[in-house]
Design a protein around this ligand. Structure first.
Ligand SMILES: [Zn+2]
Length: 417
């Protein structure tokens, strides 16, 4: 399986302009190829093949006066830029044909030099890690890397990224063997909330972290300051850098926090069930801010990545499943509840439910049923209610559920990423 490992890198003052030029060339090649494909489409011509495009926008273009400067940078990142365009098209075609379950993907767009993130990819031919720890990039030279953790294997490619805060990163793709954890009996359902980050079917709650709120407050203050500065002034440029830095801080903090949450859940549970929320649909509506704040899709992606790596199962419960309408105690469908309703009593059995916990339990039940019925499902149905699962609402019929294993020991303390 492929994993990404990112590190800060520090190009020298003389390397930075070369990198900037290479970013520019990769962007131009990408845009030229995209324009050629759009042109062909408009003219009703067949979709140009990648090899023909490469000839047109790199090899032949270099011979022309207006693109001669393409020859001044390494060719590897330029070819990779075209591969990125191919991938973008493939994602789009898969998305329109419905073969992609993920969020809808639009047509590739032209890149701009004002994009917040600039990137370049080098394959094996274009980079090397020196014995002195420096990263050699073809036509750029040896770049200092801050190795915050060890690379587990030889990387197959590296992407050099310049972010909006002016920081450079090297993101390596490494092929590693999955690192399966000892099996445990516990399984869990997660309801992603709005008032809290998430509620788990065992009754535990993941709160939105306060330090993240703090970082966000700082970001807002920096944004207000930026808005007050005169356009085109030096102070405005300074304020803009400050905003970018605060942004980067929020993003980094959130990523670290999400990693920690995801690995904790994966370590303790053999199977994790989530609802297939239409995060991207929600994102366009009124809930936009809190949805994006919570970074739900990033959380799900992290859970999926870690599950694949550590041999756990992730089950996605379809969006249509009425997790907040069903009574998790008796199964009665109680009808839709507006978001403001945080607690409700089942009209059939009278159990009082916390909305999110009830939903998490329903997600667990639905995911588990789905997994057990699936062909090639687990040979040993590990139906277990973790010991931590205590009824927090009055009268929940926990006794109705099989109560076999407890949270297996042994999963804790295993060094995981
Ligand atoms: Zn009920």
């Amino acid at each position: 399986m492929h994993l990404r490992y990112s590190y800060r890198i520090y190009p020298t003052a003389s390397q930075r302009p070369v990198l900037a030029r290479t970013f520019g060339c990769a962007r131009v090649v990408f845009n030229d190829a995209l324009a050629a494909r759009k042109e062909a489409r408009k003219g009703g011509l067949p979709y140009p093949r990648s090899t023909d495009l490469q000839k047109l926008v790199i090899t032949e273009a270099k011979k022309t006066a207006e693109r001669a400067w393409l020859a001044s940078v390494g060719v590897d990142p330029l070819i990779q830029s075209l591969r990125d365009l191919d991938t973008a098209y493939r994602n789009f075609f898969e998305s329109v044909s419905g073969r992609r379950a993920d969020r809808p993907v639009g047509l590739p767009r032209f890149k701009s030099k004002r994009d917040a993130r600039q990137s370049l990819r080098f394959t094996r031919n274009g980079f090397r890690i020196r014995s002195n720890g420096k990263l050699y990039l073809a036509k750029i030279g040896d770049v200092r890397v801050k190795w915050s953790r060890a690379l587990p294997a030889d990387p197959s490619s590296v992407t050099v990224v310049l972010d909006a805060a002016g920081r450079y990163h090297a993101s390596f793709v490494v092929d590693v063997e999955p690192d399966h954890l000892p099996e445990v009996d516990a399984e869990i359902g997660i309801d992603l909330g709005l008032t809290t980050y998430a509620v788990l079917s065992d009754g535990s709650v993941i709160h939105n972290p306060r330090f993240l709120r703090k970082a966000e407050k700082k970001l807002k203050a920096a944004q207000r300051e930026l808005a007050r500065k005169a356009k085109g002034s030096k102070n405005r440029a300074k304020a803009r850098r400050k905003v970018a830095k605060a942004h980067a801080k929020v993003a980094d903090t959130r990523r670290d926090w999400l990693h920690k949450q995801a690995i904790g859940i994966i370590r303790e549970n053999q199977a994790v069930y989530l609802e297939d929320l239409n995060v991207h649909g929600l994102g366009r509506g009124r809930l936009a801010k809190s949805v994006h704040d919570a970074g739900w899709s990033a959380f799900r992606r992290l859970l999926e990545e870690k599950a694949a790596r550590y041999g756990r199962h992730i089950g996605i419960v379809p969006r249509a499943y009425p997790s907040s309408q069903l009574c998790s105690a008796c199964g009665h469908r109680d009808g839709p509840k507006p978001l403001a309703v945080r607690e409700w009593a089942c009209s059939a059995c009278g159990v009082l439910h916390d909305r999110d916990l009830n939903a998490a339990r329903n997600i667990l039940a639905a995911g588990r049923a789905d997994r057990l019925n699936a062909p090639g499902g687990p040979a040993r149905p590990g139906v277990a209610i973790p010991r931590r699962a205590r009824p927090v609402e009055r009268g929940t019929h926990l006794g109705d559920l099989p109560r076999t294993g407890v949270r297996a020991a042994g999963a804790g303390g295993i060094p995981v990423l």
